[in-house]
Every structure is written in C-alpha cells, then in structure tokens.
Design a protein around this ligand. Structure first.
Ligand SMILES: Nc1ncnc2c1ncn2[C@@H]1O[C@H](COP(=O)(O)OP(=O)(O)OP(=O)(O)O)[C@@H](O)[C@H]1O
Ligand SMILES: O=C(O)[C@@H](O)C(=O)CO
Length: 432
C-alpha cells in the first residue's frame, strides 16, 4: 500500500454508491470549504493534490450485494491507506435500495472492517426537499412511498419507514434518534447514541427536517469512525475541523472549456421527465432512444449521432431514454429490468462518447447509473468540482482520452434540478 497522501492528513474518506451521488456529496463538501477530489472508481495512486476529502465514486447501488460490499471494502482500504480520519458512506437521498441491499450489507461490512459497532443512517437533504421525521422519509410533502420513487426502474421505494426498510437489509439492530432529540442539540444526540448503543442498536436512523438539524447532528458525529448518509449530513461536518475549512468560492473555480453542448438523459425520474419535456418544447434537437430497437439489434448509436451531430452548431442537443412509468414497465416486461437498464446505459454511454468525439465539451448527463456508464466509457478517472448549478449538482472539470484538453461535465441526479435545468446549466457558464 502507498503512504498517506496528504501532508496534513485526509479528514474525510467518502465512498459513494453512484457517480451523481458522489458529485452531490463533493459539491456539498466544497461549498462548505473542504478541498475535495472525486475519483471514478478506486484509484491506484494517492491523490495528486493536497486535499481535505476524497469521494470515491462507485457504481454499486444496484449490483448484487456481495459485489457492492467488495467494491466498498476496496475503496475503504485505499482511503485508509491515505490516512482518512473518518469514513462517509454516501447513498441516495431517497434511500434507493431493495430488501437485499445494498445500504445494509455495505454498512455492515464497513463497520466490521473498521472494528466499529455503531453508526447513523440519514438520507435527509432539506435543500432538495428530502426530510426525515419519526424515521419516515419525505420527498417534498409526500412520503417516499407516495412519491415518484415508487416507480423507479431499478429500486422502487414502496415503504417510507426507514427503520423498517433498513432492518430488512442488515443483521444489526436499527434504532431511531427522533427530531425532538435532534432539536436539543449535539449533547442530547450523543446521549441518545449512547443509550441506543447500550440497548444493542448498531445503526441509528437520525431525523432531520432542516439544515439547522444537520448542523446540530454534525458535531455529534465528531470522531465516529463511519457515517452513512445522503449528502446533506456533509454540511454539518466541516465545522468539526475549524482550522482546515477554506474559502468555498476559490475551491469551486474551474478552467474555462469551450465547445459544443449536449445532454444525455437516462433517468426516468419525475424531475428528468419534466426537464426532457421542457427541452423538447424549446425546439432544440432531441433524439429518443428506444430500448426495444436496441434489443432488436438496430444501430441506435449511429442513428442518434446522425440526427444530433448536424444540430450541434445550433446549441445544446439531447439524447434521452427517459420515459414514463407505463412505457418503462412495457420495456421491462419485454426485456427484464436489468437487461433493459444495461442496454440503455451502454447505448447512452456510446452516444455520449460519439458526441464528445464530435466536439462536445460541455456535457450534462442525467441519472446516476447513466452517469456511471458515461464516465466509464469516457475513460475519466477524476473530477474537479466547480460551481453549483442547482442544489446537489455542480459543473465539474475532467480530462478524457477523447478530450485531452478538458471537458466540462454536469452529472445530474435523476430527481434534482428544476424543469429548465438542461438549458439553465449552460447559461450559468456564460455568466461573468
Ligand atoms: N425507457 C426505459 N426503459 C427501461 N429502462 C430505462 C429506460 N430509460 C432508462 N432506463 C434505465 O433506468 C435506469 C435509470 O437509472 P439512473 O440511475 O440513470 O437514473 P435515476 O435512478 O433516476 O437517477 P439517480 O440514481 O441519480 O437518482 C438506468 O439503468 C437506465 O438505463
Ligand atoms: O442523494 C441523492 O439524491 C443523489 O445524490 C443521488 O444519490 C442520486 O443518484
């Protein structure tokens, strides 16, 4: 193993279960003053630059649990070799998982490897309308199970009770720190941790309904070997290292990159459906990827590039597989959910590569699995985090073998961003 990389020690070593989730977490860390590097997969070398946090982006959310565990442990080993003082397992703010995992099995494995017997689970991200109250996850005003997440193609979420959802995935006992305790501050939260632990609880779901709650939870996590959460919890952690927090605006500066603009969308979330509809209504060129045509062996990549390339000079173009729940269900019945997902991801990733080869240098990708496939196909190994476009979604800079001069990328979580995100993302690059 390599020697610890950073002269002052890595404060936070993060393991994210998908690519957009990793960017979301890195964005929150940068905005709260930690110099943060995002890697795609587990690196083989120490980070090149002096950083306070590293987010290792995996693509482990929907793999078989044993594979997700293996990838997460490899990331842990690398982060430990860099001297990470605390480990952060980042999953989705909508707790995307199935009764088989992967949140429970990965948490169990990380706790075992760290020799620790206690952690928290908190997907709350109030800036994006994800709140947890009495252990129940809300998306805006709806329970998770009433939200669009009940139709997710890979991880449909039909129960909002996180204690119950997580208990089905872990061999540890799951308990709750209710918001009434969180509201009383870090000392009360720590006391509740101690009481739960004495009771044999290994994972505490922690309520949080606003950013103030996250700032109260942060100090109570100081020194906890493993934190498991969405990206929201990250906003309360940098205050635990007052001497290390730096200027967020400087931390988010990116090199300028000019070139054509494109969007690739594989998310079927409600937010992405609205964004695709708004983009199409704007009159910009859009190509619809039909999963059944891919399965029939048609050359959908060539057709997409033929339709989109000539339009690049007129502004952003869009390739999308985004569809409504009825269409997704029909495709899944015909092909199976996993095969449909894999075929679409592969096709969109090849379209993204073709667009970059055609001169696209500002690229938005919608959907975590889709983003994972695109960054892998583009051969990216790390991302520098830049300015925020919408909560949880920054522009990033990366160098690809296909764009050695650099590329601006925005990896958008499926459910993030307002309806005009696909057009607004490019507009903010024009601001002085
Ligand atoms: N029309 C379609 N029919 C079936 N599956 C599709 C279709 N369009 C996309 N998919 C698949 O649905 C999955 C969507 O997952 P993805 O992670 O990209 O989006 P998301 O879950 O909404 O985003 P996030 O993980 O950021 O919340 C992918 O595997 C994608 O290939
Ligand atoms: O937490 C979220 O909602 C996102 O960062 C995410 O993980 C999307 O895949």
């Amino acid at each position: 193993m390599t020697a610890p990389a950073t002269a002052h020690g890595l404060l936070l070593g993060c393991i994210a279960d998908d690519t957009t989730g990793a960017t979301d977490l890195a964005n929150n860390l940068v905005r709260h003053g930690l110099r943060t590097l995002q890697t795609i997969g587990v690196p083989t070398e120490p980070p090149g630059a002096e950083v306070d946090a590293v987010v290792v982006a995996l693509k482990s959310r929907t793999n078989p649990a044993a594979e997700a565990v293996q990838q997460s442990l490899a990331a842990l080993a690398w982060l430990q070799a860099q001297g990470a003082a605390q480990i952060y397992f980042k999953y989705c703010s909508t707790f995307d998982s199935t009764p088989q995992g992967n949140i429970g099995p990965v948490t169990d494995a990380l706790l075992d490897a760290l020799g620790s017997d206690f952690t928290i689970a908190c997907p709350a991200f109030p800036a994006n309308q994800r709140t947890v109250f009495q252990g129940h996850l809300f998306v805006g005003e709806q329970l998770l199970s009433d939200s669009g997440m009940r139709h997710h193609p890979l991880t449909p979420m039909t129960d909002a009770n996180l204690v119950r959802v997580l208990q089905a995935q872990t061999r540890r006992r799951v308990g709750l720190v209710p918001q009434a305790v969180v509201a009383r501050g870090p000392a009360a939260i720590r006391q509740r941790f101690d009481a739960l632990r004495a009771d044999g609880v290994g994972i505490a779901v922690v309520d949080a309904i606003c950013d103030d709650d996250l700032h109260r939870i942060g100090p109570a996590l100081h020194g906890m070997p493993l934190v498991t959460a969405g990206s929201g919890i990250a906003i309360g952690l940098p205050a635990n290292w007052p001497g290390r927090v730096s200027d967020a605006a400087t931390a988010a500066r990116l090199p300028a990159v000019h070139g054509s603009r494109a969007v690739v969308a594989g998310s079927c979330s409600q937010a992405t459906q609205a964004q695709v509809a708004r983009f199409r209504a704007s009159g910009q060129t859009a190509f619809s990827v039909d999963p059944l045509a891919i399965a029939r062996g048609e050359d959908v990549v060539a057709a997409a590039l033929q339709a989109l390339r000539p339009a690049l000079a007129q502004g952003p173009v869009l390739a999308y597989a985004t569809a409504d729940p009825a269409q997704v269900q029909a495709v899944q019945q015909a092909l199976g959910a996993a095969r449909a997902g894999a075929l679409v991801e592969d096709t969109l990733a090849r379209i993204a590569c073709g667009l970059v080869q055609a001169g696209v240098r500002q690229l938005v990708v919608a959907g975590g699995e889709t983003s994972g496939a695109c960054v892998q196909a583009l051969g990216l190994s790390q991302l520098q985090i830049g300015p925020q476009i919408a909560p949880g979604v920054p522009w990033c800079h990366a160098v690809s073998p296909q764009a050695p001069d650099g590329l601006l990328l925005s990896l958008k979580s499926g459910n993030f961003g307002g309806p005009d995100f696909f057009l607004e993302a490019f507009t903010i690059l024009e601001e002085p």
